[in-house]
Design a protein around this ligand. Structure first.
Ligand code: UD1
Length: 373
């Protein structure tokens, strides 16, 4: 069986690496190829993950780069279609909710090639988010919907998807965490940052921050609300803020570097690699983010997480995990941060099938599909 695994943007790499390795154990059954669209292309947004997650060079690199949603999606479709016509896989597996996900899924179904969507069924019910449109569109056209949690199954069934297309396989991103945990534990990123920025940060004594959602960082007002909150929190706690390319561009565009530079307790650094970032997550006092994946990883690590969004497509991180949503208001962010600084923070448990064995379950499923052909 010929299978293409699609990666494009940073959150895809840690989802496909364990699946790629698991398929490779059965080379007699599966001819698996890795396709990188090139949606993310920087060393620190892409290459470092290939290196650290032991992924080989992609079999096809489409090199599409950045662009508006329409231009980027169209370019991926144009380039990937050529690969599909030439290589003719039996299945294409796409992950998550980025533009590369929906573009490659669309290409494949139109050529009557089967599509499996990994991380299917998640819904924020907020159609102003580009990712929500990507999720809805990809799920609507996929043949096999692999869900990370049972809320995903419910959402899909409510949309009328036949039950036999939906399989609850668990959270594949946790496979990467489980496989790489020892290396993450050994990282010396905290002492490296202390040396570089002349600080004395200790474990459990800092807040780790990531921000890149257009709704938070694409307007000056949004960024100001957030930076004002950081200024207050930084009076009592160190902040570590690895910055996403979209966010740094906007900080420069709105002339907000001055405000960043005057915060003595803030470490403002480039995007950080996988092991180091995991180390920073597991040892943080709490995490402040607008990422999807980090809501899940913090739940797995049992570290309190404040998510700067009005909604989440990952409600299980709230009902079972350590996550809380926070409104985009300076006083709200500061209030929630101090509840954690002065208390213990939210406790949670690890959701069902977030156990490091999702890749194995998926490959077993494909062995059955292959057997039934
Ligand atoms: C994309 C995903 C988002 C995901 C995020 C993780 C979509 C719609 N969005 O958002 O769901 O959470 O990745 O990072 O697919 N840039 C660089 N170097 C890079 C990549 C991007 O400098 O390697 C800059 C470019 O100026 C680009 C901007 O970042 O225009 C945004 O990149 P893009 O891929 O369009 O979206 P993200 O905001 O990264």
């Amino acid at each position: 069986m010929k299978i293409h695994l699609i990666v494009g943007a940073r959150p895809n790499f840690m989802k496909m690496a364990p699946l790629y390795r698991e398929f490779k154990k059965y080379e007699d059954l599966f001819d698996v190829k890795l396709i990188h669209t090139g949606q993310h292309y920087d060393q620190k947004m892409s290459k470092v993950f290939f290196d650290e997650l032991n992924m080989p060079q992609p079999d096809f690199y489409l090199g599409v780069g950045s662009g508006s949603h329409g231009a980027q999606t169209a370019k991926i479709m144009e380039e990937y279609e050529k690969v599909l016509v030439d290589d003719k896989p039996d299945w294409v597996i796409v992950a998550g909710d980025v533009n590369s996900t929906v573009a490659c899924a669309l290409d494949a179904v139109k050529l009557h090639i089967k599509v499996a969507h990994l991380e299917a069924g998640l819904r924020s019910f907020d159609r102003t988010m580009p990712e929500e449109i990507n999720r809805l569109a990809t799920d609507a056209i996929s043949d096999l919907l692999l869900t990370p949690s049972l809320d995903g199954n419910n959402n899909l069934m409510l949309e009328g998807v036949p039950e036999e297309k939906i399989v609850f396989v668990g959270n594949i991103m946790i496979d990467s965490l489980v496989q790489q945990k020892d290396k993450a534990l050994k990282s010396n990123i905290i002492s490296q940052l202390n040396k570089e920025y002349r600080k004395g940060i200790e474990k459990n004594n800092y807040c780790l921050i990531t921000l890149h959602r257009p709704s938070n960082v694409d307007t000056e007002e949004g960024l100001k609300v957030i930076l004002d909150a950081f200024e207050q929190i930084a009076e009592d706690l160190n902040l570590i803020f690895p910055i996403h390319p979209r966010t740094i561009k906007n900080i420069e565009k709105f002339g907000l570097e001055e405000q960043i530079n005057r915060m003595e307790n803030l470490i403002f650094t480039e995007p950080i690699g996988y092991y180091d970032f995991m180390h920073l997550q597991m040892n943080a006092k709490f995490i402040l983010t607008d990422s999807g994946g980090i809501q899940e990883e913090s739940t797995y690590f049992g570290v309190p997480c404040l998510t700067l969004r009005e909604n989440t497509e990952r409600p299980i991180t709230i009902t079972e995990g350590t996550n809380q949503l926070v409104e985009l208001k300076t006083e709200e962010i500061v209030k929630k941060a101090y509840e954690i600084i002065n208390g213990d923070g939210k406790k949670g448990k690890i959701p069902e099938l977030w156990d490091g064995k999702t890749a194995e379950r998926i490959v077993n499923l494909f062995k059955n599909i292959r057997g039934n052909k």
